[in-house]
Ligand binder design. Structure first.
Ligand code: UD1
Length: 429
């Protein structure tokens, strides 16, 4: 298993190209199941999760074609996928595949909408809390699906097709909103989704679906209206930039000091996080090429932050912010309201010398003068990258084990950081 070795203490200087968003790519690939024509996705990041979803879709009969290199291609260009679900040969998504990636549960919506049936394994346990799918099931039932749970599978059917309806989410859910939109796109009649998630990835997927012929309005707000259509067609769509990758590198610069241009990043996708980074003492400015982050003199200031659905501070940047605050001049408080049990990074950050006290959903972080390198390991994607951020500022060597978590969500992380002067390398095997 690969490991990443980091020797801390160098400021980051240069530029980092921001990849396409993982959390838009996955539902966009799943949306290909809604049409028998080809969906072309550009700016797709090269990530382990994308490869895994390719396999999952392959099981339903989907062909994914990746064209060869073109003149002018660089490793920084995302790649293009041609996805064709001309014939769906299997409406079952087995446990062995769904258990590896939660978002693959979302195939239930397009399979049901197009084929009138789907049998999808419940995702099972997850390192960051229970993460149930009750609200996704509720949304499908509101559109007329009959749902049974049998042998660990959700068995859904809609004999005469799905019917438009009203869905009011009691809690903001990204997966629930994606599911509701995809199912409603091919339902008979109109659907209103209330208390919808407002994450930019929802609007990006809706945008693509509209290019495919769907009639969706209000995506990006908490009230989304969908007028069902009988059929969707192919389309071409470029994935929006990854706001979590952007925020992660912004915090790495805030942590080490330095000056980095995050190329292609869009400030409106993560304004709340940029505000927090600015409050912590870094300079953040929007340029026509992206976002520039720098910290020259002065230290890191403590902050108080509570995670919230978009446009609030994202839970997917909580671990990275905590890493940054381990070096703040004073006491910070971070409250996690989206996921229970999303503090696994605390114990590992402590191995580097961080002082963090947990009380329920709030972490109190006493900034320390220095961190010291150590072997560490993490159990989820965002937690792993928080350890990388801490290691970049720690004295001496840190070895980050179980790198496959990073490969799930960060494209060429060690290349991007070492190009800006970090001492970071992957050790294979
Ligand atoms: C998505 C993101 C993930 C991010 C999360 C919150 C993708 C691929 N993943 O995950 O990176 O951290 O949004 O921004 O886009 N809930 C229920 N019942 C349900 C569904 C969710 O109670 O049926 C709860 C969850 O346990 C959680 C909250 O709702 O407490 C939000 O979860 P949700 O927004 O659905 O997260 P995901 O879509 O799984």
């Amino acid at each position: 298993m690969d490991r990443i070795r980091i020797v801390g203490g160098r400021p980051l200087v240069g530029s980092i190209a921001i990849s396409g968003a993982k959390n838009a790519t996955l539902p966009l690939m799943i949306a290909s199941l809604l049409t028998d024509q080809t969906l072309v996705l550009d700016n797709v990041p090269r990530l382990a999760d994308v490869g895994l979803l390719q396999r999952i879709l392959g099981n339903h009969g989907v062909d994914v074609m990746v064209p060869g290199k073109r003149p002018g291609d660089t490793p920084d260009n995302g790649h293009t996928l041609h996805i064709s679900a001309a014939r769906i040969v299997d409406t079952t998504a087995p446990y062995e595949l769904v258990s590896k990636m939660r978002a693959s549960f979302w195939v239930i919506a397009p399979l049901l909408a197009r084929m009138g049936e789907a049998k999808v394994s419940l995702p099972g346990g997850c390192a960051i809390g229970t993460r149930p799918v009750d609200l996704l099931i509720m949304a499908l039932e509101r559109l007329g699906a009959k749902i049974d749970i049998d042998g660990g599978y959700v068995v859904a059917s809609a004999k005469g097709g799905l019917k438009g309806g009203e869905i009011r989410f009691p809690k903001v859910t990204v997966g629930g909103t994606h599911t509701a939109i995809m199912a409603a796109a091919l339902a008979n009649g109109s659907t209103l989704i209330e208390n919808a998630a407002r994450e930019p990835e929802i609007a990006d997927v809706a945008d693509c679906l509209n290019k495919m012929g769907a009639k969706i309005s209000g995506a990006g707000t908490s009230r989304i209206a969908v007028e069902g259509v009988a059929k969707l067609s192919g389309a071409r769509h470029s994935v929006l930039p990854d706001r979590i990758e952007t925020g992660t590198y912004a915090m790495a610069v805030a942590m080490t000091g330095g000056d980095v241009l995050l190329e292609g990043a869009r400030p409106e996708l993560l304004q709340s996080a940029l505000d927090v980074i600015a409050q912590s003492g870094s300079e953040v400015s929007a340029t026509n090429q992206g976002i520039r982050v720098s910290r020259k003199n002065g230290g890191i200031m403590p902050v108080e932050v509570t995670t919230a659905p978009f446009p609030g501070f994202p839970t997917d940047l909580q671990a990275q912010l905590m890493a940054l605050m381990t070096r703040a001049k004073g006491t910070s408080r971070i409250t996690e309201t989206i996921f229970e049990n999303r503090f696994m990074h605390v114990q590992e950050l402590a191995r580097l010398g961080a002082h963090i006290h947990l009380d329920g959903e709030t972490a109190t972080i006493e900034g320390v003068g220095k961190l010291k390198g150590a072997p560490v390991m993490a159990t989820d994607l965002r937690a792993s990258v928080s350890l990388v951020i801490a290691a970049l500022a720690a004295e001496g060597e840190t070895m980050v084990n179980r790198v496959y978590h990073l490969d799930r969500g960060f494209e060429r992380l060690e290349d991007k950081l070492s190009a800006c002067g970090a001492a970071i390398e992957r050790i294979s095997g």
